[in-house]
Design a protein around this ligand. Structure first.
Ligand SMILES: [Zn+2]
Length: 88
């Protein structure tokens, strides 16, 4: 997976920075100053591929059925503890 859009799922978290940086939102292609509150998007949780996106763009993409979250793609099975305690 080399392209942002190829990921099967995305991890997301709110971000805001005091760095005088400007990012390019991968969803709309417009500029995003780090100072405003935005969303950090990690394709398949890969920090090296993280992108800074406008929160509004993330919301819009999610409503359009894109940017699936991990739990939507890989529903959790029984918890580790449940598996450990399961009898043969
Ligand atoms: Zn955007």
């Amino acid at each position: 997976m080399t392209d942002f859009r190829d990921a099967r799922w995305y991890a997301m978290r709110p971000a805001r920075s005091t760095k005088p940086a400007t990012y390019r939102c991968p969803l709309c292609g417009r500029l995003l100053p780090a100072l405003i509150e935005h969303t950090l998007v990690l394709p398949e949780g890969d920090v090296s591929l993280r992108r800074h996106a406008h929160t509004a763009c993330v919301v819009k993409a999610r409503r359009a059925g894109r940017l699936a979250l991990r739990e939507e793609i890989e529903p959790r099975g029984p918890s580790l503890l449940a598996r450990l305690l399961r009898r043969g």
